[in-house]
Design a binder for this molecule. Structure first.
Ligand SMILES: Cc1ncc(COP(=O)(O)O)c(C=O)c1O
Length: 384
C-alpha cells in the first residue's frame, strides 16, 4: 500500500486524506477560540479512521497541546511518534494495562477511588508520579465520578503521593440538541470544581467541550481547554451548526472506480433480495466497492455517488465487494472511471453527512467503518 497521494495509483477503492486541510482546520479552530484555550486533539479510533500516525504527526506540527486516545494500544502507537507529547487515555484501563502508564508516560482518566489506588501503586513502583485527569459525570451517565462525589475523589488524588493531577474534565450528553441540559452540565461541573479544595484551575487542563460543545462555550470561565475530534476533520457535528463560520474543510474523501458497465432491460431486478426493479431500459455501472470497504448496506437503494461530475443513484442492495448504480443519464461512462462516494467531483459534492444520512448513521460511525482493505492516500502539501 502506498501512502503518498498519486492519481495514477491503481486502487479499486481508497480514501484520500488531506493533511494540509487538517492543519488549516486546527489553525482555524484555534483562531476562533480565546488565545489562552489549549487544544486537546482527539485522535482515538485511528484518528477517526484518518490514520493515527499521519494525522497525529500533522496535528503535533500544527500545535496541539495534548492528545486524547481511547486506550493503551492507541497510546503506545502514538508514543512511538512523539516522545514527550502529553497523551490522555479517555477510557478506563484494565488492571493488567496499568503498568503501561509508566512505560509510555501516559495520563489516565480517573473515575473511582479504586483507580486512584491502582495508579498510585504504579507511580510508587516506577518512581515517577502518574499523571491523571479527574473525570466528573455531570449527566452523561458513562465515565466519571458523579459530580456530587467529585470533591472527595479529587481530595484523594491530591493526597496520593505518586499521582499528579493534570486535568479535570466532563463530557456532554447532548451538546448539539439540548442547550438547557448542556448548561446544567456546565453548572454542575463548575459547582463541583469550586468544591475541589486546593485545585488551581489555571495550572491544569480544565476541559469539557467537544466539537458541538464549542457552540455554547462560555468566553470567561475556568474552562481552559477544548477536546476536539470531528470538527478538526472538517465535519460539522450537525447540519445547522454555527461552527460553519469557522470554515473548516473536509479532510477525508472516499473513492472507487467503475468495474463494469452494462445495459439491462426494463423489469430487470437488481442485486440480492431483488429490492429494485428497473423502470426503464438502463445502463448500470458496477462499482469496485461494497460493504467490505465501508459503503453501509443500509445505504442500499438510497445513496448517490458521483461519476463524471453527475449524481448517480445506488440501485438495489450494496453487496460485499460491489455496488450497482444507474448511469443511464450519464453519457460515456466506462470501466475504470473515477467514482466519488464522499467528496467533490466537478461542481457536485457528496458530504460525509449526506452519505451517513443515507445509511441512518452519523459521520463518526461512517469514518470508523471504512475498512482495513481501503488504503488511505495522504495529500501533504500546504496549499492555500
Ligand atoms: C470523551 C470524549 N471527548 C471528546 C470527544 C470528541 O468529540 P467530537 O468528535 O464530537 O469533537 C469524544 C468523541 O467521541 C469523546 O468521547
Amino acid at each position: 500500500m502506498s501512502d503518498t497521494f498519486s492519481p495514477i495509483h491503481p486502487h479499486r477503492c481508497w480514501a484520500e486524506i488531506d493533511l494540509a486541510a487538517l492543519e488549516r482546520n486546527l489553525r482555524l479552530i484555534r483562531a476562533s477560540l480565546p488565545a489562552h484555550i489549549r487544544y486537546v486533539a482527539v485522535v482515538k479510533a485511528d484518528a477517526y479512521g484518518h490514520g493515527l500516525h499521519h494525522a497525529a504527526a500533522r496535528l503535533m506540527h500544527s500545535g496541539a497541546d495534548l492528545f486524547a486516545v481511547a486506550n493503551v494500544t492507541e497510546a503506545a502507537a502514538l508514543r512511538e511518534l512523539g516522545p514527550g507529547w502529553p497523551i490522555l487515555i479517555l477510557s478506563p484501563l484494565l488492571p493488567e494495562e496499568d503498568r503501561r502508564l509508566a512505560d509510555y508516560d501516559l495520563a489516565a482518566t480517573v473515575s473511582s477511588a479504586e483507580e486512584v489506588a491502582r495508579f498510585d501503586a504504579i507511580g510508587r513502583a516506577s518512581g515517577r508520579p502518574v499523571a491523571v485527569h479527574l473525570k466528573i459525570d455531570t449527566g452523561m451517565g458513562r465515565l466519571g465520578v458523579w459530580h456530587e462525589d467529585a470533591p472527595a475523589l479529587c481530595a484523594r488524588i491530591l493526597a496520593a503521593p505518586h499521582l499528579r493531577l493534570a486535568g479535570i474534565f466532563t463530557h456532554f450528553a447532548s451538546p448539539d440538541d439540548d442547550a438547557a441540559f448542556t448548561a446544567e452540565q456546565r453548572r454542575r461541573f463548575l459547582a463541583a470544581l469550586a468544591r475541589c479544595a486546593s485545585v488551581r484551575p489555571a495550572e491544569i487542563f480544565i476541559h469539557a467541550d467537544n466539537s458541538s460543545g464549542l457552540e455554547s462555550m462560555p468566553g470567561a470561565s475556568p474552562f481552559n481547554a477544548v477536546r476536539v475530534g470531528l470538527l478538526q476533520f472538517g465535519i460539522l457535528p450537525h447540519p445547522n451548526s454555527m461552527l460553519a463560520q469557522v470554515h473548516t474543510e473536509p479532510v477525508f474523501s472516499f473513492h472507487t472506480r467503475v468495474g463494469l458497465v452494462k445495459r439491462l432491460p426494463q423489469g430487470t431486478t437488481i442485486s440480492y433480495g431483488r429490492t429494485h426493479t428497473l423502470a426503464r431500459d438502463s445502463t448500470v455501472a458496477i462499482l469496485c466497492a461494497g460493504y467490505g470497504d465501508g459503503i453501509p448496506r443500509a445505504a442500499s437503494n438510497r445513496a448517490q455517488v458521483l461519476i463524471r461530475g453527475r449524481r448517480c443513484p445506488v440501485l438495489g442492495r450494496v453487496t460485499m465487494d460491489q455496488t450497482i448504480v444507474d448511469v443511464t443519464d450519464v453519457p460515456g461512462v466506462q470501466c475504470g472511471d473515477a467514482v466519488v462516494l464522499v467528496g467533490r467531483q466537478g461542481g457536485e459534492e457528496i458530504s460525509i453527512s449526506e452519505f451517513s444520512r443515507h445509511a441512518d448513521t452519523i459521520p463518526w460511525e461512517t469514518l470508523c467503518s471504512v475498512t482495513k482493505r481501503v488504503p488511505r492516500l495522504y495529500r501533504t502539501a500546504l496549499g492555500v
